[in-house]
Design a binder for this molecule. Structure first.
Ligand code: NAD
Length: 381
């Protein structure tokens, strides 16, 4: 089958990590009989330099016409002093809004090979993991386009509590539709995993959280194979540290998801390892999707061939799974990444914290080639 992929390499290490990801996709295409057609688009600092704006209309137009979008990273010190509406990061918000991707999926996986990168003790990890392993694999689904970050906000200059006048407010507002659609994306993700969904909220205090529970009660009936549970966000923040292995999929609001996903990412060691997917409505049988590593453009290491490309390669695997429905192909990429790490290949960021011997420190390109070779040598299995 043929798939069109909007490719936004962006700035800094963006182009360096996107190149190996496309090589991996091409190897998957060769192995499974798919063709991936890339439409390379400018956004971020690179687009500011050539067109004067972070998200040219031509990029936006082309991005919405492709089957999925894969982005490296945007931004850098060179564009930092521009006014807010002209900064490279504007491109991200513009693309997310145009593609209407409201569910942000952030896996936090501690691979056994990178155990030493996790700050938690062995006994904490294995006690919380039902399989007794010192590793975990959880997925946080964060609502991305509603809630506190988009609600009514303002200043009340006249307000006074007897002291200095003035007050400020933000509001958490969620409609039934906004909650239902992100829940359904989370249930769909759980169906492809260990079939457990935990709704994280503050229902003991917040009316909006109680509404999330009402919607969940109505929607959960459509997913009888998924075990649904609820947890207060303060407890969840604690449980992620006490035992991340207890979680499969967590779904939560924009604010809680922002905080919890950063907390979870720290448990996995390097920012260079982590992928993400932002999904929208189903179009032609599959959700609209934008895929990117969670890291930024890392100007401090750009152009040196030392960036870890695995977060971007794993983002491409998420694209295969969610936007194209190619589960076997996604697993092949994830297995190849695991096998490359088993063989001792490490980029500098994951080597520094690894106590294991027999490591081969490699650059960005060599790491990508190692994953490609693995995919090619297992072609006939
Ligand atoms: P960053 O993620 O770019 O870098 C943080 C640290 O992690 C740096 O030390 C960097 O060297 C390291 N790092 C990041 N990715 C790595 C990788 N793949 N391999 C090895 N090490 C890696 O965050 P920052 O320094 O706060 O931001 C730099 C620029 O990126 C800023 O302009 C920021 O606005 C932008 N940014 C963009 C995105 C995005 O495009 N989605 C996200 C975050 C930040």
């Amino acid at each position: 089958m043929n798939y069109s992929i909007a490719l936004v390499p962006g700035d800094g290490i963006g182009p360096e990590v996107i190149a190996p990801a496309t090589e991996v996709l091409d190897a998957v295409g060769d192995r499974y009989g798919h063709v991936f057609n890339y439409v390379e688009l400018e956004a971020g600092g690179a687009a500011i330099d050539s067109t004067g704006e972070p998200l040219p209309a031509a990029t936006l137009e082309a991005a919405t016409q492709c089957d999925a979008l894969l982005l490296g990273a945007v931004g850098g010190p060179r564009w930092e002093n521009l006014p807010g509406h002209l900064r490279p990061e504007r491109a991200l918000l513009g693309l997310r809004a145009a593609l209407e991707v409201y569910a942000n999926l952030r896996p936090a996986v501690l691979l056994p090979q990178l155990r030493s990168a996790c700050p938690l003790k062995d006994e904490v990890l294995s006690a919380s993991n039902h399989e007794g392993r010192a590793a975990f694999d959880l997925l946080i689904v964060r609502e991305l386009t509603g809630g506190l970050y988009f609600g009514k906000r303002g200043r009340l200059e006249e307000e006074s509590d007897g002291h200095r006048p003035g007050a400020a407010f933000d509001t958490e507002t969620y409609s039934w539709r906004e909650i239902e659609r992100v829940l359904r994306r989370a249930y769909a993700a759980a169906a492809l995993r260990r079939k457990k969904l935990c709704v994280v909220d503050k229902a003991n205090v917040l009316e909006s959280s109680r509404y999330w529970r009402e919607v969940t009660a109505a929607v959960s009936g459509d997913y009888p194979e998924i075990e649904t549970s609820f947890m207060y966000v303060d407890n969840c923040a604690m449980q992620l540290i006490r035992g991340p292995g207890q979680f499969d999929v967590i779904v939560t609001s924009n604010l809680f998801g922002d905080i919890l996903s950063d907390e979870a990412s720290v448990l996995t060691g390097s920012i260079g390892m982590l992928p993400s997917a932002s999904l929208g409505d189903i179009v032609g049988g599959r959700p609209r999707g934008m895929y990117e590593p969670i890291h930024g453009s890392a100007p401090d290491i750009a152009g040196q061939d030392i960036a870890n490309p695995l977060g971007t390669i794993l983002s491409a695997a998420m694209m295969l799974r969610y936007s194209f429905g190619l589960e076997a192909e996604a697993l092949a990429v994830e297995d190849a990444v695991g096998a490359v790490l088993d063989s001792g290949y490490r980029t500098r960021d994951i080597a520094a914290r690894s106590a294991a011997g027999g490591e081969k420190i490699v650059g960005t390109q060599a790491m990508g080639k190692a994953v490609v070779e693995l995919l090619e040598t297992t072609r006939n299995f």
